[in-house]
Design a protein around this ligand. Structure first.
Ligand SMILES: Cc1cc2nc3c(=O)[nH]c(=O)nc-3n(C[C@H](O)[C@H](O)[C@H](O)COP(=O)(O)O)c2cc1C
Ligand SMILES: [Fe+2]
Ligand SMILES: [Fe+2]
Length: 400
């Protein structure tokens, strides 16, 4: 059965949610499934914006038939050629042979790679960055957004209605609940954490490119944002846009400490807990994640959220404890920069985790190391307590 929600007189949401999927990109934990958006515009001509993931294709094809109501599909705009949005594109193109395909050159290349043996080039209206096009009674501008999240990504702006089709940007993890509109929800309590996790995990590495596209769209009179995932934004757009400015520039949202801890027998974990208490005594907010238990998606999100990061790791075969090593390498791979780091290491015979950690941290842009490295020889003792207290002092001094 079709499932369509009108967004404006001319525009309808025709996407769907997969409530069973456990991991996005088969890597990042999903707490409540995932949503894939597609949109349909009826403006004298019929226009489809992107398609959906295979998991929700049944309802999607019913939605298209319902919206077309016996008419032919005139245009398909593809903003992003990643399979979560385009796995069903060939099927749409083959079943709507008169539809023109509005894409850029890179997208056309990716289409031919994903659908070997198919050639849709004769149906293409090719657009370049900044091009404007009348489509039916609406006028569109195309804004390229390379690497947000793939190189072919573009946004389009419906100048007639003020709608920005933003591709992956401004999306979130999670199947949608209740309304497709974000405005009925509490931004801080219900939307922010999942939007941060999604952005930092998926696009985090491409902050510069995100900032560039924010600059390109800043002069537009945007009244509604239609992303490819999760809720449609039509009120207080400034809130989510301002988050993207913060995340894209790697600016910490919160002055506080993210303690990333790994531990085999519990002694390094004990040091992390002692540090948390010492920080609290000094009025500093902190959060701890255990690298062996926490999902990497949360570790990345917390590293983007907080100004200071403390890494606490046992020595493992003369290096970093492997779960911590994986996490720290992921932070580097996500382009994390501009943070203050501190290190706690543990080892029974030849502690060397700190040396290896400092080498990774040294490779991050605009990051500094605060305080003395705390070295634990197996279990925390009174000297460790003092060392942790002075580390807390150094962190406090840095924040003032
Ligand atoms: C597989 C394995 C390899 C280890 N390699 C080293 C090492 O190379 N150097 C060292 O000093 N300690 C090494 N250790 C010992 C731990 O780092 C040490 O016992 C530490 O105190 C454990 O901290 P925890 O109580 O937080 O787990 C190793 C332990 C394990 C299980
Ligand atoms: Fe994507
Ligand atoms: Fe996506």
């Amino acid at each position: 059965m079709y499932n369509v929600r009108k967004l404006t007189e001319d525009l309808a949401w025709i996407g769907g949610s997969d409530r069973k999927i456990q991991k996005f990109e088969n890597v990042y934990k999903l707490n409540s499934g995932m949503n894939y958006n597609s949109y349909f515009l009826d403006c004298g001509v019929t226009v489809l914006f992107d398609t959906v993931d295979r998991e929700v294709e049944d309802v999607f094809f019913e939605n298209i038939s319902y919206c077309l109501a016996g008419r032919t599909l005139d245009y398909i705009i593809v903003h992003h050629m990643e399979p979560d949005h385009s796995a069903t594109l060939a099927k749409v193109l083959d079943s709507n042979p008169d539809a023109k395909l509005i894409v850029n050159a890179k997208t056309l290349q990716f289409i031919s790679q994903f659908f070997p043996g198919k050639d849709y080039s004769s149906r293409v209206i090719s657009v370049k960055d900044g091009d404007e096009l009348d489509i039916g009674s609406h006028r569109f501008r195309f804004i390229f957004a390379p690497m947000v999240h793939w190189p072919e990504v573009m946004m389009s702006f419906d100048m007639t209605e003020g709608t920005l089709f933003s591709a992956d940007a401004f999306g979130s993890y999670g199947a949608t609940n209740g309304s497709i509109f974000a405005d009925g929800k509490d931004f801080e309590k219900e939307l922010l954490d999942e939007a941060r996790r999604y952005y930092t995990n998926i696009v985090g590495k491409y902050g510069m490119q995100t900032t560039a596209v924010l600059n390109k769209t800043s002069s537009l009179d945007i009244r509604m944002i239609c992303p490819l995932h999760s809720y449609v934004w039509r009120e207080n757009l400034g809130k989510i846009i301002s988050c993207y400015k913060t995340w894209g520039s790697y600016t910490p949202e919160v002055k506080g400490v993210f303690i990333l801890q790994g531990s085999i027998y519990g002694h390094t974990a004990n040091a992390a807990e002692v540090l948390m208490t010492e920080l609290d005594k000094r009025g500093i907010e902190s959060v701890i994640l255990d690298a062996s238990v926490a999902d990497i998606s949360d570790i990345i999100a917390m590293a983007f959220k907080y100004s200071n990061i403390v890494i606490a790791s046992p020595t493992y075969n003369n290096g970093i404890y492997s779960p911590v090593e994986h996490a720290v390498n992921e932070l580097a791979a996500h382009g994390l920069c501009g943070r203050s780091f501190s290190v706690i290491e543990n080892g029974t015979w030849a502690p060397s985790a700190a040396k290896a950690l400092l080498a990774v941290i040294g490779g991050l842009k605009n990051c500094k190391v605060l305080g003395q490295t705390v070295t634990i020889k197996s279990a925390c003792n009174e000297d460790t307590r003092l060392a942790i207290a002075s580390l807390a002092d150094a962190i406090k001094d840095d924040m003032e």
